[in-house]
Design a protein around this ligand. Structure first.
Ligand SMILES: [Zn+2]
Length: 163
């Protein structure tokens, strides 16, 4: 009789543990009753079902690369903390567009921040950004002097690493 009660207790504890871990309380009550301590151990050993979602939302592990400056930023960031680029549009951009094409597109942006970030990113890409030199040329005459300097530096950098 005591055993029966003990097994029932394992069922209840298993159900509570399973419930708090996003699993079926009813099913694990049965498992606890049938397996006793093993049911409880099993439910404790199994990974939490809803933990992955919590981590994705708030965990520090999730990160993405800023498409403008290539620094690692939080996945949910909408603004890069390194270069200040707007990442909300970058995230929703179709994945078919290569980063290079995206930067070249940004070179013609009306937003000077975006232009400067794209120029910097292309310069950092070096030889891989060969195809962007033509698009970079007009930026050496950009109204903003820091972008002009950046563009000259980027072109030089790309030419140097293309050799
Ligand atoms: Zn950035």
């Amino acid at each position: 009789m005591t055993y029966l009660m003990l097994w029932c207790l394992f069922g209840i504890v298993s159900a509570v543990a399973a419930n708090s871990r996003g699993r079926s309380g009813c099913g694990w009550f049965m498992a606890g009753v049938l397996l006793g301590p093993f049911g409880l151990i099993l439910v404790l050993v199994l990974p939490k079902l809803n933990v992955a979602a919590v981590d994705a939302a708030g965990g520090p592990v999730e990160s993405k690369k800023c498409p403008f400056c290539a620094e690692s930023v939080r996945a949910e960031a909408i603004r890069c903390r390194y270069c200040g680029s707007d990442l909300s549009s970058a995230v929703s951009a179709p994945t078919g567009v290569s980063p290079l094409d995206k930067y070249i597109q940004d070179l013609r942006s009306a937003n000077p921040k975006a232009r400067e970030a794209a120029v910097s990113a292309l310069g950092k890409m070096g030889g891989d950004a060969r195809d962007s030199i033509q698009a970079l040329e007009p930026l050496t005459r950009d109204p903003i002097s820091s972008i002009r300097d950046r563009a000259r530096w980027a072109i030089e950098e790309i030419r140097r690493s293309s050799q």
